[in-house]
Design a protein around this ligand. Structure first.
Ligand code: C2E
Ligand code: MG
Ligand code: MG
Length: 395
């Protein structure tokens, strides 16, 4: 390794801070200590690799330091420690993330130094590897040009039956093949597309490509369902159900083989037209999924009023459910709620064996995530499926 990893220890109890810093020094970190409000303000701007923050400061509490770090746009890797209830530490973690900080995790006292060491290390590798491309934002003219040049790609991510492990569907996920930046994720252009109104053309173009591909798969004997994301902004276009039904029919894809995933995090200004459109889509035979379930403002209201057939639990719940009792309770109750309402329940963001075991124990219906397969180009699906089936002994 090159430069030693620098860590700022923020704790108003000087003795405790020295203690902690001393332990970190023996582990090979370079440490600095901030005990007073002034120290914190002066030191934060000097760019440490990591900050270990004691939440329970009395003069200026840790929450204020988090706010200050957010204002300073600190890119340090933050570890929160405290003599507190797990829920308070988790809330502080969430707050720090919401303020744009890079959070490695939180630890209750007494501190387990091997865990702290790993959190600090992880911060270093992530800073180096993860940031590429994240900040690229595509301009409206660029997106238009890309659409004209046919640079919109669709990748497909498998969905699996949790009980039988059978492959059932793929979700179409848009990618932009940018001339200089390479393949870009929706985070680089989706918000702009929604603000500029290009989202309608983009969604239709993804829907068309996905239908054409699905019809090729079906013709070749590969039975599967296709899930497509539909921006809630399209739910003001009263002709949408007819347009989508026509497209599906033209491509010979049965409507009940199509799942339209609607992001839940919307505050719709025209709930009546949304209800009109969603109801007609259901009447025409499409499946409707409430995507990112649990992250929106009107989750329960929507569940009650809109004719959904599927609930897709947001990946943030799945990610935390195995290490956080409260989140697990939310996942468990959501699955039960979904089933009571007669919905199919899908978990997304399954990254590890433990995630899979959990949703399987909780009787979730379908699962999707990197643990099963990453999104891939259409031609990679058949070989992946062969491999999957042979692992199941069904090759
Ligand atoms: P989504 O519909 O919730 O899609 C799931 C996202 O999670 C995808 O990100 C997928 O690549 C990612 N993902 C899947 N498995 C895992 C996992 O195990 N771990 C983690 N960390 N992530 C996982 P992606 O492709 O970047 O898409 C982000 C969002 O953009 C989508 O979230 C969807 O809301 C939107 N989107 C994607 N394609 C389209 C589209 O064609 N039209 C519209 N309107 N929105 C789209
Ligand atoms: Mg989706
Ligand atoms: Mg989602």
């Amino acid at each position: 390794m090159g430069m030693p990893h620098s860590v700022l220890v923020v704790d108003e109890d000087l003795e405790q801070a020295r203690d902690l810093a001393g332990r970190l020094e023996t582990m090979g970190f370079e440490t600095f200590i901030a005990c007073s409000d002034d120290d914190v303000h002066d030191l934060l701007s000097s760019g440490f690799d990591s900050v270990v923050l004691d939440l329970m400061m009395t003069r200026e509490d840790g929450i204020q330091v988090i706010r200050h770090m957010g204002q300073e746009r600190s890119d340090a890797n933050l570890v929160i420690v405290g003599d507190a209830d797990r829920r308070i530490l988790s809330a502080a973690e969430r707050l720090a993330r919401a303020r744009g900080l890079r959070v490695a995790g939180s630890l209750s006292k007494p501190i387990d130094f091997s865990v702290l060491g790993r959190m600090l290390e992880r911060g270093v590798t992530r800073a180096g590897a993860g940031s590429r491309g994240i900040n690229v934002q595509v301009a409206q003219t660029e997106l238009l040009q890309c659409m004209a040049d046919g640079c919109i790609d669709v990748t497909y991510q498998p969905k699996i039956d949790v009980r039988t492990l059978e492959f059932i569907a793929v979700e179409a996920l848009v990618r932009l093949n940018h001339p200089t930046h390479g393949q870009l994720l929706p985070a680089a252009f989706l918000a702009m597309a929604e603000e500029s109104g290009l989202i309608s053309r983009l969604t239709r173009s993804v829907f068309l490509k996905a239908l054409a591909q699905t019809s090729r798969w079906l013709e070749s004997g590969l039975a599967l369902q296709i899930a497509v994301n539909v921006s809630p902004l399209l739910l003001t276009d009263l002709d949408l159900p007819e347009a989508f039904a026509d497209l599906a029919d033209k491509h010979n894809v049965a409507r009940d083989n199509i799942v339209l995933e609607i992001t839940e995090s919307w505050i719709n200004e025209e709930p009546v037209s949304a209800l009109d459109i969603l109801t007609r889509l259901r009447v025409k035979g499409f499946n409707l999924s409430i995507d990112d379930f649990g992250t929106g403002y009107s989750t329960m209201l929507q569940l009650n009023e809109m004719p959904y057939s599927e609930m897709k639990l947001d990946q943030s719940f799945i990610r935390n459910a195995t290490r956080d009792r409260e989140t697990r309770a939310i996942v468990e109750s959501s699955i039960e709620l979904g089933h009571k309402l007669g919905l199919k329940v899908v978990a997304e963001g399954i990254e590890k064996q433990e995630d899979w075991d959990l949703i399987s124990d909780l009787h979730c219906d379908e699962g999707q995530g990197f643990f099963i397969a990453r999104p891939m180009l259409a031609e990679k699906i058949p070989p992946w499926l062969n491999h999957w089936n042979s692992c199941l002994g069904r090759g």
